[in-house]
Design a protein around this ligand. Structure first.
Ligand code: SF4
Length: 121
């Protein structure tokens, strides 16, 4: 019997190695480094993603504030996460690293500002 191999492109670095993961045996091939092997196993067991996006920002010269999660969240929460962040309206001033949403969806992960934005003059 042939093993079921899942084909993935590693997204850990720009090399984009093509991985094959034996989902039953949890064996990865095609990776160039250990990080790719770890990514391949995690992707078939509990895939996660760091979310990078923007939220609305009032009282600033720019209307949107770039934000990201300060850790990876389960991939199946991505749509719920984006729905919450689409509702967020923050107000300047804001500093790099300020927490915009604490404990996103009970994951223990916060959404933080990735840029300092001053008040509109
Ligand atoms: S396997 Fe290693 S070198 Fe290849 S894309 Fe993933 S992190 Fe980069």
């Amino acid at each position: 019997m042939t093993a079921e191999l899942k084909k993935l492109t590693c997204i850990v670095c720009p090399m984009g190695c093509e991985l094959q993961v034996d989902e039953k045996k949890k064996i990865v091939t095609g990776h160039t480094c250990k990080r790719g092997e770890i990514y391949g196993i995690e992707e078939v067991t509990h895939p996660t993603r760091v979310i990078t996006t923007t939220v609305k920002l009032a009282k600033s010269i720019y209307p949107m504030l770039p934000v990201k999660t300060n850790g990876a969240i389960p991939k199946d929460l991505n749509f719920k996460c984006m729905a919450i962040l689409n509702q967020v309206e923050w107000r300047a001033p804001v500093k790099l690293g300020d927490i915009i949403v604490k404990d996103l969806l009970g994951t223990g992960i916060d959404v933080v500002a990735t840029r300092t934005m001053g008040l509109k003059k």
